[in-house]
Design a protein around this ligand. Structure first.
Ligand code: FAD
Length: 566
């Protein structure tokens, strides 16, 4: 696209330079000038940190050749995390849930470099990221290097959260990465082999075959269900003498498992686990883990207890990676758990640094501050109230700057205010209390916009940001976003909007709970089939080359094989 414009410029330049050139001279001159110009035009460099859901989605959707892209991640693959619990018991092979980054890069029409390394420091002053290779390439240890950026996309995810509980890191398994799932699989079999040895006492067999899962969220519950099916449908056929020693316990500090789901799902899951013989223990916190015992404290009574165990999987949510923590301290966000961004996913105060996925969250407080500022400006006499007509004007102004409020205005909490605004009553005499309105709005806002740390959010953010980058020039010339709060003019892009497509909780025994948009709940075998088809199609969709189609098909076949065999 640049070529014709450059050529025209060169011809004008040649003519104005005095000598008249022949057509072929102009052509060859313009071509070489074009090549020179191309090599001297410095493309904007986009550096992506992380190859998880957010980073990979960004990479796959970015297609503007005017960027040079460099990806840095210690994982040279993308992992389809929802299938990791299935990898722990071998129903799906580890190699089937990963997609090599170099395959993704190979398919891109834009220049993308990949470095298998981890970022350990971000220097926003010099626009550099400091990295170290995860391979030992020289005698002195790990190799370090820096990568310059014009735009930085931070998508480094999160790590498992231990709440600093002593002994967890040393003794528990996490289920976060593909390697974790493979390790868990090996460890389950090791437990059975160990318990089969003639030197092991009855008491020891019971301990070794006590499998504990800490954390009753979706991942912990799914793993417990997978483990139960694996043990009772496969392993007891191989180790029939050990059946009487096997126990699975699910520990949850809260009052219920799957508390983020609808109550119907929570109730169903708790009853199903009880029928299956999985012991669900709620209301008890783990205070310490040794190599053989888990110390528990009852939340209500303070009573303590030690639970002998053989293998423990720790799945109590996510925490901040040290590199992100350091970065947050550096940019004045040290008191936060995840990085705060605006609705365009830009890290606050750093217009060319974006953060998405599990390591970031959109800052609600800022939006409410902006809305407060608009109200304060309108309330000239500082009465704390506005008449209906003035209030309508403020609301229209906010909608222009913050379109999401239109959705909020449909909520029950704001119903009374909206009715007042719509009524034909005398706008001069009716007064609306600004503080009351803001309080109701912030309640709705938090409920509607605090995004869960899920693959769905991360993937949608990656895609959104790539589309913004693809249309950067176009939108700079013709901004399409809402009016700016603190500045004049419009934002370049529409803000990020999350579209919730529902969520699954596989519960074992070919039964899955699905909570779909509109709080529609479906539990049972039909939802299991929905789960198979959604994940098989998602995995199929991640592929376009022959290799990947084969991989997508192999997953589909393994899922069908699994389903048919059950
Ligand atoms: P990640 O996907 O974790 O990616 C982070 C990336 O950053 C990785 O490539 C990592 O190697 C890289 N990285 C780490 N440190 C560095 C560094 N120092 N420098 C450079 N790169 C670095 N969500 C759902 O929506 N549905 C589900 O069913 C579901 N099931 C799940 C099951 C399991 C077992 C797990 C663990 C998670 C599940 N999730 C699910 C959650 C989902 O996986 C996460 O929300 C999602 O992975 C977040 O994406 P992300 O890109 O922010 O982080």
């Amino acid at each position: 696209r640049v070529y014709p414009r450059l050529a025209k410029f060169v011809i004008v330049g040649a003519v104005s330079g005095g000598g008249l050139l022949t057509y072929s001279q102009v052509r060859s001159y313009s071509r070489s000038a074009y090549v020179d110009a191309q090599s001297t035009i410095k493309k904007k460099k986009v550096v992506v940190l992380g190859t998880g859901w957010a980073g990979t989605s960004f990479l796959k959707n970015l297609n503007d050749p005017s960027y040079d892209v460099e990806v840095v991640s210690p994982s040279n693959y993308f992992a389809f995390t929802p299938l990791l619990p299935s990898v722990t018991v071998g129903t799906v092979e580890a190699r089937s849930v990963v997609e090599p980054i170099r395959n993704i890069v190979k398919k891109k029409d834009i220049k993308v470099l990949f470095k298998e390394a981890e970022c350990y420091k971000i220097d926003t002053v010099n626009q550099k990221v400091h990295c170290k290779s995860i391979q030992n390439t020289n005698a002195e240890g790990k190799e370090e290097f820096t990568v310059d950026y014009d735009y930085l996309v931070v998508a480094m995810g999160a790590r498992a959260n231990t709440f600093n509980t002593p002994g967890v890191v040393e003794n528990a398994h996490f289920l976060k990465e593909v390697e974790d799932a493979v390790r868990i699989r090996r460890s389950i079999i090791n437990s059975f082999e160990k318990a089969s040895l003639p030197t092991v006492s009855e008491e020891e067999k019971k301990r070794i075959l006590h499998f504990v899962v800490v954390g009753g969220g979706p991942t912990g519950v799914e793993y417990a269900a997978e483990l139960h099916d694996y043990v009772h449908e496969d392993l007891i056929k191989l180790y029939p003498d050990l059946k009487k020693y096997i126990n699975i316990t699910l520990l949850e500090a809260g009052d219920h498992i799957l508390s983020i789901f609808d109550k119907r799902i929570t109730d169903f899951a708790e009853k199903k686990f009880q029928r299956d013989g999985i012991q669900v223990k709620t209301g008890s916190m783990v205070t310490k883990v040794t190599d053989k015992e888990i110390s528990l404290k009852e939340r209500s009574t303070g009573e303590t207890k030690n639970l002998p165990y053989g293998m423990v999987v720790w799945s109590t949510g996510i925490g901040t990676r040290p590199v992100i923590m350091e970065f947050m301290k550096q940019i004045g966000q040290g008191n936060r758990r995840v990085m705060a961004t605006d609705e365009w996913l830009r890290v606050e105060g750093l217009p060319n640094v974006y953060a998405l996925g599990d390591c970031a969250t959109i800052n609600q407080r800022r939006v409410m501050e902006d809305i407060s500022a608009i109200f304060s400006k309108a309330d000239k006499n500082n009465t704390g109230k506005l008449n209906v007509e003035d209030f309508k004007e403020v609301i229209n102004d906010i909608i222009e700057r913050y379109p999401q409020i239109q959705l909020h205005l449909k909520s029950k909490k704001l119903k009374n205010f909206v009715q007042l605004l719509k009524s034909n009553e005398d706008g001069a005499s009716k007064q609306i209390d600004i503080e009351k309105f803001k309080a109701a709005l912030s309640e709705v806002d938090t409920k509607m916009k605090s995004l869960p740390p899920t693959a769905q959010v991360a993937a949608q953010q990656g895609k959104y940001l790539a589309k913004c980058f693809n249309r950067m020039k176009e939108c700079e010339e013709k901004p399409e976003g809402p009016l700016r709060f603190r500045d004049t003019g419009r934002h370049r892009f529409k803000p990020f909007r999350y579209k919730h497509l529902g969520q699954f909780a596989p519960l074992g025994g070919e039964q899955t709970a699905a909570q779909l948009p509109g709080d529609y709940v479906s539990i049972g075998h039909s939802s299991q089939w929905l789960w198979y088809s959604v994940y098989a199609s998602k995995l199929g969709m991640t592929s376009s080359s022959k290799y990947n189609n084969m991989k997508g098909t192999s997953i589909l076949v393994s899922l069908l094989h699994w389903a048919v065999n059950k």
